[in-house]
Design a protein around this ligand. Structure first.
Ligand code: PMP
Length: 400
């Protein structure tokens, strides 16, 4: 589906057609996104916002149009609530640094879940260490489902923030973040959602979710690497100090003192990745042309098909079997090391990811070194899954 628009999918690996099942790490890019990058560097390259010349004006206009496209994509109330960053990691670090500087004090608490990507765990550990605060962790079941009763019980008068992923990159679980936001707000606590694994799979409406922060990366939604988004409610962004100092984030600078620019520029110090931002706009247009419902339906079909076939293989165990999940299938085969499985699959042209997937606490929870992870996107096919399952069947005896 829409496969022809992704030139890289014609690649062969070791003489075999590439089967790309590493979409949770990064998605491939449609021609329209590649063209947007080429067009920017061929016809528009210039530094934005401060130029008095034609190229700078057009680039600025297109950069700001992308902000509006992102606003519409996630249904934010204001365009200035959209801050461009390098990716989810930088978005979360921005909040962990800036929010915590303003609102986290000694003895306070931050709630995270036990299934966070390191990007939504380590920045909070660092902030807690800096401020003398502590982390409280939501446990999850063997199926990979968060324990919401335990979550409710973690709130105290010292809770300052909840930070949780919308979708787990390792288990595929879709967490009930709207409900979790309601719980947090009933305790007057804001919630940050790591949307890195949700944004390309489902419609995201930050006002319906009523989240205070929502973070994602362009490269996981068919867009370029090097650009991401930090959405924050205006009232929080207004109350937070800048993250980095430099050009563009200032209103007035003297040697003694600096006053800061208005939103969103207060949080966008330095030259941004203008070309990548324009590429993100092309990715949003692409996704909207296909339709998020079409993408979700196709991925759900692939996931159900793969899960059924894989479950039938002897000795194969799937980690993450929540009823609500995206197109991620993490698994182990017998006693085989995930790396060996990944290497053998690679030799057959099949790209999967192996290891802890930047979620070591999940591996500790299950007492395993890592998993093999196959993750599907809109351009994958049932025929590819057939080839993949046949490959697993072939390599099983080699690993025994
Ligand atoms: N959170 C989750 C759930 C992720 O899957 C990832 C990427 N693997 C990240 C955060 C970090 O994203 P990035 O590397 O694009 O900053």
């Amino acid at each position: 589906m829409y496969r022809d628009e992704f030139p890289i999918l014609d690649t062969t690996v070791y003489g075999k057609p590439l089967i790309y099942f590493d979409n949770a790490a990064t998605t491939q890019k449609p021609q329209a996104v590649i063209d947007a990058l080429v067009r920017y560097y061929t016809t528009l390259n210039s530094n934005i916002h401060r130029g008095a010349h034609h190229l700078a004006n057009v680039a600025t206009e297109e950069y700001e149009q992308t902000r509006e496209a992102v606003r519409q994509l996630i249904n934010a109330e204001h365009r200035h609530e959209i801050v461009f960053t390098r990716g989810t990691t930088e978005s979360i670090n921005l909040v962990a640094s800036s929010f915590c500087q303003a609102f986290l004090r000694q003895g306070d608490e931050v709630i995270v879940s036990g299934m966070e990507h390191h990007s939504n765990l380590v920045p909070w550990q660092m902030a807690c260490e800096r401020q003398g605060a502590r982390l409280r962790v939501i446990p999850f079941s063997d199926d990979g489902v968060l324990d919401l009763e335990a979550y409710e019980g973690l709130f105290s008068a010292r809770t300052r923030l909840v930070a949780v992923n919308h979708v787990s990159n390792t288990l595929g679980t879709v967490n009930p973040v709207a409900r979790m936001a309601r719980t947090a707000h009933s305790h007057n606590v804001p919630i940050l959602i790591d949307g890195a694994q949700a944004i390309s799979h489902m419609a995201v409406d930050v006002r319906a979710l009523d989240c205070d922060f929502y973070c994602f990366s362009g490269h996981k939604m068919y867009g370029p690497m090097g650009v991401g988004v930090m959405y924050g409610k205006e009232r929080w962004l207004d109350a937070m100090p800048p993250y980095q100092g430099g050009g563009e984030m200032i209103k007035e600078v003297t040697l003694e003192k600096t006053t800061y620019n208005e939103l969103p520029f207060k949080f966008e110090a330095g030259t941004p990745a203008v070309g990548d931002v324009l590429g993100l706009h092309a990715a949003i247009d692409f996704m909207q042309r296909v339709g998020i419902d079409t993408i979700a339906r196709h991925e759900a079909e692939l996931t159900a098909y793969a899960t059924e076939q894989m479950t039938a293989l002897e000795g194969l165990r799937i980690y993450g079997t929540a009823s609500q999940k995206t197109s991620v299938v993490s698994f182990l085969m017998g006693a085989a090391h995930p790396y060996d499985v990944g290497t053998l699959l690679d030799k057959m042209g099949i790209a999967v990811r192996t290891g802890h997937h930047c979620t070591q606490p999940i591996m500790d929870r299950y007492g395993i070194p890592g998993t093999v992870r196959a993750s599907f996107a809109l351009y994958n096919t049932k025929e590819e899954i057939d080839t993949f399952v046949a490959a697993l069947r072939r390599i099983a005896p080699l690993l025994a």
